[in-house]
Design a binder for this molecule. Structure first.
Ligand code: UD1
Ligand code: CA
Length: 431
């Protein structure tokens, strides 16, 4: 039988330091909200997972986003943000009758990986732990809860920065804010939390003390890579996290055989797959889910906006924007073009300055265009969707194409050139 896991993700906090009208968890990295990154890492666990998100600040917006993108996720409202323990308590009734393993994590830590979550769960189970806290170490642990260990493996309690004494503040091992619980045993802790601390909040971290008092086994799982638990509290943090995510993925791509000419100026969403011997030139920005095959040349200064497939041997050159475009082998879009909502066959050539007009601003509809194999589009043309251009057809430069074109035809959608003999000379002589 497939193993089941339930996850509770905390996302009700305000995120005051973001100074934003947008709830914190909806701020984006590579066009995906923070909460989306966390939910995806959980979803990729090799178990049957069910996630519950605790929402509060901006609940309406978060709910709307989750409904549109993560239909399977359930939400629960924390009306007043009385602390992380109080937040989890809001999810307890939704797990009524469930007695398996639960993980708790925050919606503002987008760098947490599936592999780390899995290691936490394995550690928890292999050691027969009842409550496992993920920890990590920081040279400067300011702001985090400090881990007080009783033995090498076991944890006695977690002390929040604001409640810590001088000695405790020196501790470098901190609470990562990710937990694994034996729900049958630990769920009762949420009835007993108190708010008698420096912040007057119901601390989730107090479940450690509760578990110890009830003779349960509490262990700490150290995550070596402290970048993974990096939580976003400000716009500065958002930029740092984006850069970490970007750097991580560029490293992975280079290891796999993709050339990144200038990693500093290149942004590639981790949801974009790229084949070997493809070269990414500087200042390229790739967001969303895309597939780029092997032996392609992308950039410099190319922008892929998601849902693009670029097959082997294609060239996507400078100032080219692609969105929702499927491009077959050995096709070239070398300069200054926009290809949106389109399917391009193989050996297609798109001249400089070609625009796919895919959007009707009156009906607000987007339409697709299809170019079959071997089509050649002359420079400065507009392809007004929806049109289909048949195999090996040629579109003359500067054409506006509004109707389908047959295979092997020449289509010319521009005014005929006229010539007025001696026109310039005559004007000059009149003066
Ligand atoms: C928390 C931990 C701290 C840990 C740190 C790791 C507690 C008491 N402290 O501190 O030990 O080192 O995370 O990042 O848990 N939230 C709610 N409702 C609330 C309060 C918070 O949903 O009432 C959510 C926030 O949206 C956020 C998460 O819980 O996603 C963490 O809250 P935050 O206030 O950032 O906790 P920290 O002070 O960072
Ligand atoms: Ca935090």
């Amino acid at each position: 039988m497939e193993k089941e896991i339930r996850a509770i993700i905390l996302g009700a906090g305000k995120g005051t330091r973001m100074r934003s009208n947008l709830p914190k968890v909806l701020h984006e990295i590579f066009a995906k909200p923070l909460i989306g990154w966390v939910l995806d890492s959980i979803k990729k666990l090799p178990y049957k997972t069910e996630s519950i998100v605790v929402i509060g600040h901006g609940a309406h917006d978060v709910d709307e986003y989750l409904n549109a993108n993560y239909k399977y996720v359930r939400t629960t409202l924390q009306k007043d943000q009385l602390g992380t323990g109080h937040a989890v308590a809001q999810a307890v009734p939704m797990l009524h009758g469930y007695l398996g393993t639960v993980i708790i994590t925050c919606g503002d830590t987008p760098l947490i990986t599936t592999s780390t979550l899995q290691k936490l769960i394995r550690f928890h189970e292999d050691n027969g732990s009842d409550l496992t806290v993920m920890t990590t170490k920081f040279d400067n642990p300011t702001g985090y809860g400090r881990i007080i260990r009783s033995t090498k493996d076991e944890i006695m309690k977690i002390v929040e920065e604001k409640d810590a004494n001088e000695y405790q503040k020196e501790i470098k091992e901190v609470n990562a804010g990710v937990y694994c619980l034996n729900w049958a045993k630990i769920r009762k802790a949420f009835n007993d939390l108190k708010n008698n601390n420096a912040q007057g909040e119901y601390y989730l971290t107090d479940i450690v003390k509760w578990a110890r008092e009830n003779q349960y086994r509490v262990m700490g799982y150290l995550c070596e890579d402290n970048e993974e638990i990096f939580g976003i509290n400000s716009r500065q943090h958002l930029a740092i996290a984006s850069n970490i995510m970007k750097k991580r993925y560029l490293d992975e791509l280079m290891t796999k055989g993709v050339t990144i000419v200038d990693p500093n100026s290149t942004y590639i969403s981790p949801e974009t797959q790229i084949g070997i011997d493809t070269i990414i030139y500087p200042n390229t920005y790739i967001e969303g889910k895309n597939k780029i095959a092997k032996k392609c040349k992308i950039g410099p200064m190319a922008h892929l906006r998601g849902n693009c497939e670029v097959a082997e041997g294609c060239k996507i050159g400078n100032f080219v924007e692609l969105k929702n475009a499927q491009i077959a082998k050995n096709t070239n879009v070398c300069h200054l073009s926009y290809i949106g909502d389109a399917e391009l066959g193989s050996h297609v050539n798109i001249g400089a300055g070609t625009i796919f007009a895919n959007y009707n601003s009156i009906t607000k509809e987007k339409k697709r265009s299809v170019l079959e194999n071997g089509v050649s589009i002359g420079s400065n043309s507009v392809i007004v969707a929806p049109v289909q251009i048949g195999e090996n057809a040629l579109v003359a430069a500067s054409s506006c194409i509004t109707k389908d074109v047959e295979a092997n035809a020449l289509a010319m959608g521009r005014a005929q050139q006229k010539e007025y003999k001696n026109w310039v000379k005559n004007i000059k002589e009149k003066k």
